[in-house]
Design a binder for this molecule. Structure first.
Ligand code: SAM
Length: 269
């Protein structure tokens, strides 16, 4: 009976226009948890609510990545395009998602300050990456750095890979991957930008377990300091205290960096 309900709900969600591109494992994982916690009657509504919170709340409208890609490459010949032309077009794309939109004004300093702590990495994993891999153009890394990006939406993954292929950057790859479910390899630096609050919405207390399971030298986490509606509501103090408390028992060394629009912690394992 549980299995029938489970399959029905998963199929209903996968078939819906809004969630059809979402990673199947993520849908299954959340449906299973909601069925166990709330029972058959409420499970689908609760699972849809969680999926909305963790993914679509960050876009004003669900982006049409095919159109965005077409306008990105429009009249752009990769052999004679300048880096500043690429950056100009990328900035327009970063603005469609709230997390990367808030990062645009600090990009020139963002990675300079982070890599001043970690040193220049040879490998990076960007978990729950959203559009952030496109900020690669501001990272000033060596061309052989291995950059792996993971998220739970297939259209986004296709889009990122298409842009990098167009720019002839074969050291960067985006893949489907759920940080709460899948296993990941080693990287010098792991990014988990604006992710921990979303993990807590999915499973309270999961952030510390995810952080402990990472295989890396440095972890860079960040937090928004304004809500999606733009108000400040003491978020900086709240997340700063919450993060320090969450990792307190691990005795990890860390540095806190406050940017105008984002709070960053660089943890050294
Ligand atoms: C607030 S956005 C942050 C995007 C990006 N890290 C940034 O700061 O620009 C949250 C992202 O997390 C992804 N996400 C949510 N839950 C996830 C999970 N369990 N595993 C992997 N990605 C997840 C969503 O699809 C979305 O792209």
């Amino acid at each position: 009976m549980f299995n029938d309900d489970f399959n029905d709900i998963v199929q209903n969600i996968i078939r819906s226009k809004k969630y059809k591109g979402l990673y199947k494992k993520t849908i299954e994982h959340n449906v299973k948890r909601c069925l166990e916690k709330y029972g058959k009657k409420q499970a689908e509504r609760r699972a849809r609510k969680i999926l909305h919170q963790i993914w679509s709340a960050y876009y004003d409208n669900k982006p049409n990545f095919k159109h965005i890609y077409e306008s990105f490459i429009d009249k752009l010949g990769i052999n004679n395009v300048t880096e500043s032309e690429i950056k100009e077009r990328i900035i327009k794309i970063l603005s469609i998602q709230s997390s990367t939109c808030e990062r645009i004004t600090i990009l020139d300093n963002f990675y300079k300050q982070i890599f001043a702590v970690t040193g220049k990495p040879s490998s990076i994993i960007d978990h729950a990456c959203g559009l952030n891999p496109l900020t690669y153009f501001w990272m000033n890394l060596d061309s052989d750095v291995k950059y792996q990006a993971y998220d739970i939406e297939s259209d986004l993954i296709w889009f990122l890979n298409s842009i990098f292929e167009f720019c002839k950057l074969d050291n960067i790859e985006a893949k489907l991957g759920d940080v709460l479910i899948d296993e990941f390899g080693y990287a010098d630096v792991v990014f988990m930008f604006k992710l921990l609050p979303i993990l807590e919405q999915q499973e309270k207390g999961s952030s510390i377990n995810v952080m402990k399971s990472l295989r890396c030298k440095y972890l860079v986490v960040s937090f928004p300091i304004k809500s999606l509606s733009g108000s400040e509501k003491g978020m900086r103090e709240f997340y700063s205290n919450w993060f320090k408390k969450t990792i307190e028992s691990e005795k990890w060394k860390f540095e806190e960096i406050l940017f105008n629009t984002e709070l960053v912690f660089v943890v050294c394992f």
